[in-house]
Design a binder for this molecule. Structure first.
Ligand SMILES: NC(=O)C1=CN([C@@H]2O[C@H](COP(=O)(O)OP(=O)(O)OC[C@H]3O[C@@H](n4cnc5c(N)ncnc54)[C@H](O)[C@@H]3O)[C@@H](O)[C@H]2O)C=CC1
Ligand SMILES: NCC(=O)COP(=O)(O)O
Length: 342
């Protein structure tokens, strides 16, 4: 199915939050694989979570426990799953912080499989941040954790950057999982420049855009209105744009964020750099909620995710739309196939 021939390494698919919608979206995509092929993956997590959810939503999905190497050949007939961690306790829609270790383990093992050449890339099912943080997890999201894992396993510094990508829009938040008041206070010229460098490099290397055009948003209304509505645009953002340009990166801004995302404006850039999480994610989720993919740039491997979260309100109903996960799996397989230019 898709790349489900035995010649291909599978994608690693981490279980995500076992109470969330991700589990059933993966099952639904597998169940529909003959109509709409998906790249072969191996799900990493508690097999009972997948089996119970399939039963609950009325899908006939035979599971097969396997190591990654066995997944491509199995994929046509069985849903491949590699058991990890302890049995999970969550019920659909009701997360249990005692599952945190298993959730984190699935992500870590996925990265290890990619590092070891046993999987071609990682796609993550959504996690809920609160139960993980409650259980003592040290990172506010996958992005930050993946940066730390990359440094640990590859032994080189990694600046993990969140890109939300769809055909019609691509956005990058410079500050990510940070409370808004702290994001404003923490924003620095260096952060914008370093993020811009990663985006320009990876759009070129991974997305094959030869001269990526970056549009940098201002922080304040009307990008500060000549300093009358805040000084950060002139003092922090504008110097970052100048530094990126001086390095030969095509960058413009600071642009008033409210007028950067309409159709004509989006034609002028390949990615928008936003100064905080919602400035980036509101436009992409408004325009392309069921298609957009979260891609982590700046890593020595490919990681994608659907753009949405755990959707506890519909978990266990079978009503979730799997299209963003389908796009995430497809993009991961596509990016992993492309050899990286120097
Ligand atoms: N990549 C990840 O791990 C992500 C995790 N999250 C986490 O998810 C949790 C819930 O976040 P929310 O802000 O509520 O966002 P959410 O995306 O989980 O849900 C927002 C709304 O969209 C709907 N929705 C989401 N995915 C859907 C799908 N596939 N089909 C149909 N409807 C869908 C939900 O039912 C809900 O009404 C939080 O803990 C958040 O941290 C959020 C975004 C990404
Ligand atoms: N809102 C996007 C999001 O929270 C996803 O973050 P991550 O877990 O992929 O870092």
């Amino acid at each position: 199915m898709g790349s489900g021939s035995a010649d291909f390494r599978p994608l690693a698919l981490s279980m995500g939050e076992p109470a969330g919608v991700g589990v059933e979206l993966a099952l639904a995509l597998w169940a529909a694989r003959r109509r709409e092929p998906v790249p072969a993956f191996v799900a990493l997590g508690d097999p009972a979570v997948f089996a119970d959810r399939a039963r609950l939503i009325g899908l006939d999905v035979p599971l097969a426990e396997t190591e990654p190497e066995g997944a491509p050949a199995l994929f046509g007939d069985r849903f491949p799953v590699l058991p990890l961690g302890e049995p999970c306790r969550a019920e659909p829609g009701r997360p249990d912080p005692r599952d945190a270790a298993a959730v984190v383990e699935a992500i870590r093992r996925g990265v290890e499989f990619v590092h070891g050449g046993r999987c071609c890339a990682l796609t993550t099912l959504p996690i809920a941040k609160a139960p993980l943080l409650e259980a003592g997890f040290a990172h506010p999201g996958h992005t930050e954790y993946l940066g730390a894992l990359a440094e640990e396993l590859w032994g080189q510094p990694a600046r993990a950057v969140m890109l939300l990508w769809a055909e019609e829009i691509a956005v990058v938040p410079v500050t990510v999982h940070v409370p808004l008041k702290d994001a404003c206070a923490a924003l620095t010229t260096d952060d914008i420049v370093e993020t811009g460098r990663v985006v320009a490099r990876d759009l070129r290397r991974r997305f094959r855009i030869e001269h990526p055009r970056l549009a940098v948003a201002g922080l304040n209304p009307h990008a500060g209105e000549d300093g009358k509505l805040g000084s950060e645009d002139a003092e922090i953002v504008a110097p970052a744009v100048e530094r990126l340009k001086a390095e030969g990166i095509v960058a413009t801004g600071p642009h008033p964020a409210d007028t950067m995302f309409h159709a004509a404006a989006r034609k002028r850039y390949d990615a928008a750099l936003a100064m905080y999480h919602d400035q980036a994610l509101i436009p992409v989720k408004t325009l392309a909620f069921d298609r957009a993919v979260n891609v982590t740039l700046g890593l020595p491997f490919v990681r994608t995710s659907p753009d949405h979260g755990t959707a506890f309100d519909i978990a266990g109903t079978g009503a979730g739309n799997p299209d963003s996960l389908r796009a995430a799996l497809g993009l991961a397989a596509q990016l992993a196939r492309e050899p990286l230019p120097a």
